[in-house]
Design a protein around this ligand. Structure first.
Ligand SMILES: Cc1cc2nc3c(=O)[nH]c(=O)nc-3n(C[C@H](O)[C@H](O)[C@H](O)COP(=O)(O)OP(=O)(O)OC[C@H]3O[C@@H](n4cnc5c(N)ncnc54)[C@H](O)[C@@H]3O)c2cc1C
Length: 418
């Protein structure tokens, strides 16, 4: 391989964005046999196979820039509009993969198997005439006047155009370990701070909520600054676990809690177990219930508001009130403590669970450094970037793959045509 002929286009990373980039680069290139994707992994597509619980949530029926964070919404919109969720449906249908919409708006293959999606992507690369070289981990990239030189275990490879589709740092055992951020930096780019995103949150050791492991509740979570200002809200299903909080609501809000906590260590996470209802509304109701049901124990009253398993613990541990106390005997501060536990319970998040458990990486190469009509680098001509290496992260629901499809396709096509 050391004396291999130069490639026209090499794509580093054969994940979701890289496979898409490879297909569209080869389809549009003068000579598709001079297009190849390199990946360090032995088996291609590990992350696609574990995605969506093994079913691969390919996209969402409604995708807007507001479903993403990181770079500016108008920048993200420019890329998303080049390849919409409908285009994704058509792209996979043309490859024989039918997608179905679930009630949540998420789209999955009708087979409910991520393998179907991966097979289709590999088929598309194959049909386009490009090659995938697995076990080709790139360890160094240098730029000369006319080409890029990539160091791999099989010798140096040369290419005229280069697409970086190396992902972020989440689930590093799949091969996305962040090494490639260094390539982007060496080619003139900067990085915004990278942190885990869509990641479970760990509570202080032995926190009483961890005793409710396995319980799910529909909640509203809020990130509050140390001054009490609510900076982000998220409704959805929350799962209590042996370590803390998981489920869509916790995962979706995690990047916002982390970003706030990094600059403001006094940041708090608040749980409202009665989404859409306020402290004042519930306090008024409890005052009325005290008049009509004064002899009822507080826990039995809470049964009307939250699940039984939660009611007892919320009174005892969340509000520090004896759960058998009759309503009429609750002091005003005790009643208010119960209302607070129901509607704005502060929980001591000590950390996130890290990249081993994160679905994506927040931060990366800012879109301001990319020509968004082509995905070409503004700092290094003939270099293109796509997917999660960029400073864009979506919420749960198929948005991260939609970003990978759209940005990967655009990078591949532009590298071939430009
Ligand atoms: C458990 C889990 C479930 C998920 N479920 C969903 C879901 O259902 N829907 C959704 O939209 N999103 C989901 N995501 C997020 C989604 O998988 C990612 O956002 C998406 O895969 C990013 O695509 P990418 O191609 O940019 O990066 P990656 O998929 O991370 O691919 C990068 C590739 O580059 C290779 N690579 C990295 N460095 C090098 C190097 N130096 N040399 C050679 N190769 C290299 C890696 O081996 C890897 O194959 C999930 C993520 C996880 C972890």
């Amino acid at each position: 391989m050391a004396n291999s002929p130069p490639y026209d286009i090499l794509i580093v990373g054969a994940g979701a964005a890289g496979l898409m980039a490879t297909t569209f680069a080869a389809q549009n290139a003068d000579s598709s046999n001079k297009v190849a994707a390199l990946d360090g992994a032995k088996i291609i597509g590990a992350k696609i196979l574990v995605s969506g619980g093994g079913r691969c949530n390919v996209t969402h029926d409604v995708v807007t820039p507001n479903d993403f964070a990181g770079s500016k919404r108008n920048q993200i919109a420019k890329v998303l509009k080049t390849f919409t969720a409908d285009d994704t449906v058509t792209f996979f249908a043309d490859l024989g993969v039918k997608l179905k919409r679930e009630d949540t708006g998420k789209l999955f293959p009708t087979t409910d198997k991520a393998q179907t999606v991966l097979n289709a992507l590999l088929k598309s690369v194959n049909q386009a005439g490009a090659t995938i070289l697995n076990e080709h981990r790139v360890t160094k990239i240098s730029r000369t006047d006319n080409d890029f030189t990539l160091r791999t275990p099989h010798g140096d490879l040369h290419t005229r155009k280069l697409i970086l589709a190396t992902g972020g740092k989440s689930l590093p055992k799949t091969g996305s370990d962040g090494l490639a951020y260094g390539f982007a930096i060496s080619l003139g780019h900067t990085l915004t701070q990278t942190t885990p995103a869509l990641v479970p949150l760990v509570l202080s050791d032995g926190h009483w909520l961890t005793r409710l492991s396995g319980l799910t509740a529909d909640v509203e979570l809020a990130v509050a600054s140390s001054t009490g200002k609510i900076t982000h809200r998220q409704t959805g299903s929350l799962l209590m676990t042996h370590f803390g909080l998981s489920g869509p609501a916790a995962m979706d809000i995690s990047r916002h809690w982390i970003a706030s906590h990094n600059t403001d260590p006094g940041t708090q996470l608040l749980i409202n177990f009665l989404p859409g209802r306020t402290f004042e509304q519930i306090e008024t109701e409890l005052v009325e219930l005290t008049e009509s049901h004064g002899s009822a124990g507080i826990t039995s009253i809470l049964y009307d508001y939250v699940q039984r398993r939660l009611a007892h613990t919320l009174a005892a541990d969340g509000a520090d009130v004896d759960p058998t106390t009759p309503m009429a005997q609750l002091s005003k501060p005790q009643r208010r403590a119960v209302v607070k536990a129901l509607t704005a319970l502060p929980v001591p998040v000590v950390r996130d669970r890290g990249y081993l458990f994160a679905e994506v990486t927040a931060g990366g190469v800012p879109l301001a450094e990319i020509n968004l009509a082509t995905m070409e680098s503004r700092t290094c001509p003939d270099l293109y970037l796509c997917g999660e290496i960029l400073d864009v992260d979506g919420r749960i629901g198929g948005y991260n793959f939609q970003w990978a499809w759209a940005s990967g396709r655009l990078a591949g096509m532009s590298a071939a045509i430009g």
